[in-house]
Design a protein around this ligand. Structure first.
Ligand code: 0O2
Length: 211
């Protein structure tokens, strides 16, 4: 397990830069939420979690890319040292949040992987963005990259469950578990579309009542 001093020892001055990038990104997301609720709309975000990739996991990633496992090799080679997971209520909220962020002029979208439109073979669904934000530390401006994973509550629940089998080796029932997870992923996707239909029906009924 990594502790605070392991992070400091490994990341050095990069820790402040990545932590600041995450503060910046969370602030942008919170402004989106405030703007929505201030205008009488529903908050599309349930919660936001951030993390700096653990030194252990970062070292493995650097080695897998043929790089020496030192923090100097992170900028320019690894985009997910800083990561934020944004949990939305409905699938269409995921796209609304992603598009609102992408429209911000001082935020650069580097890549998008839409695993909602095209799920992974495991059944994994989520919307991934690598973004770059300008961060001033003292007088110096750093363009810092971070990974955003935007997904619904149900997608997040599925991913947490599926993540548990990544670290388990020699499970005799692996094939059955994987196939059950794929089936659940399909069912969740279908139920989530029904949620949107029901939500829209409720909204329409409410509007009718208010007339
Ligand atoms: P951790 O510990 O969660 O950070 P890249 O990062 O670009 O080198 P890749 O696989 O091309 O690698 O990136 P991608 O597809 O955007 O996925 C990155 C992250 O998405 C993973 O981070 C996981 O958090 C999550 N993810 C991707 N596929 C799956 C999946 O099948 N199941 C689950 N539960 N999560 C997934 P890390 O770095 O692997 O791990």
């Amino acid at each position: 397990m990594d502790n605070t001093s392991d992070f400091k020892d490994f990341y050095g001055s990069l820790q402040l830069i990545y932590d600041s990038a995450l503060i910046n990104i969370v602030s942008r997301l919170n402004i989106i939420r405030k703007y929505k609720t201030a205008n009488g709309y529903r908050d599309p975000i349930e919660n936001i979690k951030t993390r700096l990739k653990s030194p252990e996991s970062m070292k493995k990633k650097l080695i897998s890319k043929g790089l020496e496992p030192v923090s100097e090799n992170i900028p320019g080679n690894i985009n997910d040292a800083a990561g934020a997971r944004v949990i939305c209520t409905y699938v269409d909220d995921v796209y609304e949040v992603a598009n609102t962020l992408a429209a911000q002029k001082d935020l650069n979208v580097i890549t998008i992987k839409d695993y909602i439109k095209t799920p992974k073979t495991s059944g994994y669904r989520s919307y991934h963005m690598i973004i770059e934000v300008p961060i001033y530390i003292g007088e110096e401006c750093h363009n810092v990259r971070a990974e955003l994973q935007i997904r619904t509550l149900s997608m997040d629940f599925w991913a947490s469950l599926e993540h548990k089998i990544h670290y388990k080796h020699d499970i005799p029932s692996r094939a059955i578990i994987e196939s059950e997870l794929r089936r659940c992923a399909d069912e969740v996707a279908s139920v989530e579309m029904n949620f949107i239909t029901i939500r829209d029906m409720i909204n329409a009924a409410q509007k009718e009542d208010e007339r």
